[in-house]
Design a protein around this ligand. Structure first.
Ligand SMILES: Cc1ncc(C[n+]2csc(CCOP(=O)(O)OP(=O)(O)O)c2C)c(N)n1
Length: 599
């Protein structure tokens, strides 16, 4: 483990340092972060930009009495170091290890959980208003990036905040010009046009009612400390605009397209991700993106939209190839969705591609704008299901439950790359209303290339892999692999287990499912999503509504916030791998095994 910064023990001691000593500490923290995060992986670029800014905050304010609210929370590593968590860094990106974001479970210096962007101003304002009502005199300081500032709710909060006076709240804008990909939009252009030392009083923020302080050099401790001290005594809500450099001090970030916002374990000299990180393997998003690119070659009406998630959606080659038909408006999930509606009204065929968890932000836009108008729009989500070592709120395990009740929306989930290819291709060719195709996180599965040649009449049905008279397993998406293995084991033990790959989640292939369930006494459903409102419950309802009463076993996730972990770790833990699925079936119907032994 790299040496942790020696000068620093706790936030109180930090306040006794001279500015020179603080500067020295900044160097130590930066070296520590590079050493440590290069071994574990993590949000290195984002955090190298906030070293001085964090030290200045802890120097001027009194955390945790004063509340530092880190928007998104991925840039709080220095905050973690100075609040006594340097020892946890070696456990970053391991099961049960240090959170990638700030987390209330880790420290009383972490005021609120985050990981979805744009919440800090609303939470901070709520705290500050509550403090004022309760005559408390501590400060609240939301620290928000220029990317997160474009989020709808951040802009709503700005509107509310600018109208307030005498609130003990200071907005600290951490402006590095990047979201994950380079920033985009009028606000971005405006911020970037403000040069250091500009004395222009007519800033956007002044006219919105803020006391604008800046722009200040976010790596100059003295200036930062002065700006924060000045902000403490303001009648209007102060907004300190700090210019920072993402990846500051890591040469490799200078040539990286995202300034190494996040990296798997990397070589600190070259910035190259280590071989073993597996980051080079083909993901579902890459396959989908290649199909979209091919379709855009022949159909000029297809356009692609992703809100600041190029890194997750694999759309970069499509953006490079068709820049005029590709749109990344920034971190604007709601806008991205309704933007597609406008385009579809004019006859275009939009593909809107999300990291599953962030599409939740656009729930009402899906109902009110996309589905009510029933326009031809292809929605795609990747990281549906478990999503790795991000926060519990990053898992895409609610998609089906919350979208199931939305009229007009069709939903599909392929079992492997070939089925995905066919689904995207086929859906784009005949798109007449909203369709969502879901994909999991991680490298692609490759079961069955023959599906590319499968006749349409059969491809538009669920796939019956094995019929079965003892029980029938109905599986969704990438749960196909472990379900297949489990069914094979059951069959090997003489149990006549069937397997159905559902493919179409909404509407369900009802007639086919009813026929299949009619003659089987036991039905098992397997999904990597919450059971409440999940596929299993949809199939139970279908059977019950049609007078069928097989015994059911629904395998999926409890209604809980699932901890971070790799797909393998979480599948094992929640009984969604082959052992887990087989074990659950065995425990539920042990009589089947007894019959086999007796037979
Ligand atoms: C609602 C939401 N959309 C997308 C993301 C994915 N994401 C995480 S950090 C980030 C960029 C943040 O940019 P900024 O706020 O400027 O902070 P920086 O990393 O540049 O310091 C993005 C797009 C997210 N966490 N939340």
């Amino acid at each position: 483990m790299p040496d942790k910064p020696t000068t620093f023990v706790n936030p109180q001691e930090l306040k006794n340092l001279s500015l020179d000593e603080l500067q020295q500490l900044a160097g130590e923290v930066r070296r520590f972060l590079i050493d440590s995060v290069s071994k574990t992986g993590g949000h290195i670029g984002a955090n190298l930009g906030t070293v001085e800014l964090t030290l200045a905050l802890h120097y001027v304010f009194d955390s945790p009495r004063d509340k530092l609210i880190w928007d998104t929370g991925h840039q709080g590593y220095t905050h973690k170091v100075v609040s006594g968590r340097a020892d946890l860094f070696s456990s970053l990106n391991t099961y049960g290890g240090m959170n990638r974001f700030v987390s209330r479970s880790e420290s009383r210096h972490d005021i609120i959980e985050a990981s979805h962007a744009g919440t800090s101003l609303s939470v901070g304002m709520g705290l500050a208003l509550a403090n004022r009502l309760q005559k408390k005199d501590h400060y609240v300081i939301p620290i928000i990036g220029d990317g997160a500032l474009c989020e709808g709710m951040a802009l709503e909060a700005l509107n509310h905040l600018g109208a307030e006076r005498d609130l003990k709240l200071i907005v600290l804008l951490n402006d590095n010009g990047f979201a994950i990909s380079p920033g985009y939009g009028a606000l971005h252009d405006y911020l970037q046009s403000r040069q250091l030392n500009s004395r222009d009083p007519e800033t956007l923020f002044t006219s919105l009612g803020f006391h604008y302080i800046g722009p200040v050099d976010g790596h100059d401790l003295e200036t930062l400390v002065q700006a924060l001290q000045q902000a403490r005594d303001s009648h209007r809500v102060p907004l300190v605009h700090a210019k920072t450099v993402k990846g500051k001090g890591l040469e490799a970030a200078d040539s990286h397209p995202y300034r190494m916002h996040f990296s798997f374990p990397f070589d600190p000299q070259t910035g190259q991700a280590m071989e073993s990180s597996g980051s080079s393997s083909v993901g579902y998003q890459d396959v989908a993106s290649a199909v979209i690119e091919r379709a855009m070659e022949v159909d000029e009406r297809i356009v692609a939209i992703t809100p600041s998630t190029l890194y997750a959606t694999g759309l970069q080659p499509v953006f490079d190839r068709f820049p005029e038909r590709c749109f990344d408006p920034g971190m604007e999930e709601q806008h991205a969705m309704t933007l597609a509606v406008g385009m579809a009204l004019e006859g275009l065929k939009p593909v809107v591609f999300y990291q599953s968890t962030f599409m939740q932000r656009a729930f009402d836009q899906i109902i009110h704008d996309v589905c009510f108008t029933n326009l031809p729009i292809l929605l795609m989500t990747v990281r549906t299901g478990f999503s790795g070592y991000d926060n519990p709120t990053h898992h895409g395990i609610y998609d089906f439950s919350y979208l199931r009740s939305v009229p007009n929306l069709k939903m599909q989930y392929p079992k492997d790359r070939f089925e995905l290819e066919r689904m995207v291709d086929r859906t784009l060719a005949r798109l007449s209303g909203p369709v969502l195709i879901q994909m999991p996180y991680g490298p692609v599965d490759e079961f069955d290339p023959a599906v590319l040649e499968e006749p349409d009449s059969s491809f538009e049905q669920a796939e019956v892999v094995y019929p079965g008279s003892d029980l029938l397993v109905i599986t969704v998406g990438h749960k196909f692999g472990p379900s297949l293995e489990s069914v094979r084991r059951l069959r090997h033990w003489g149990i006549d287990a069937g397997l159905v790959n559902l493919r179409y989640l909404k509407p369900l292939p009802e007639i086919q499912l009813l026929e299949l369930m009619q003659d089987v006494p036991r039905v098992v459903t397997v999904e990597e999503g919450v059971l409440e409102g999940g596929i299993g419950s949809a199939i139970v309802a279908l059977a019950a509504d049609n007078g069928l009463a097989p015994e059911f076993l629904r395998i999926g996730l409890p209604c809980t916030f699932v901890e971070p972990g790799s797909n393998a770790e979480l599948s094992r833990l929640y009984g969604l791998d082959a052992n887990g699925i087989t074990g659950k079936i065995q425990r539920r119907w042990s009589s089947l095994w007894k019959q086999q032994v007796a037979g």
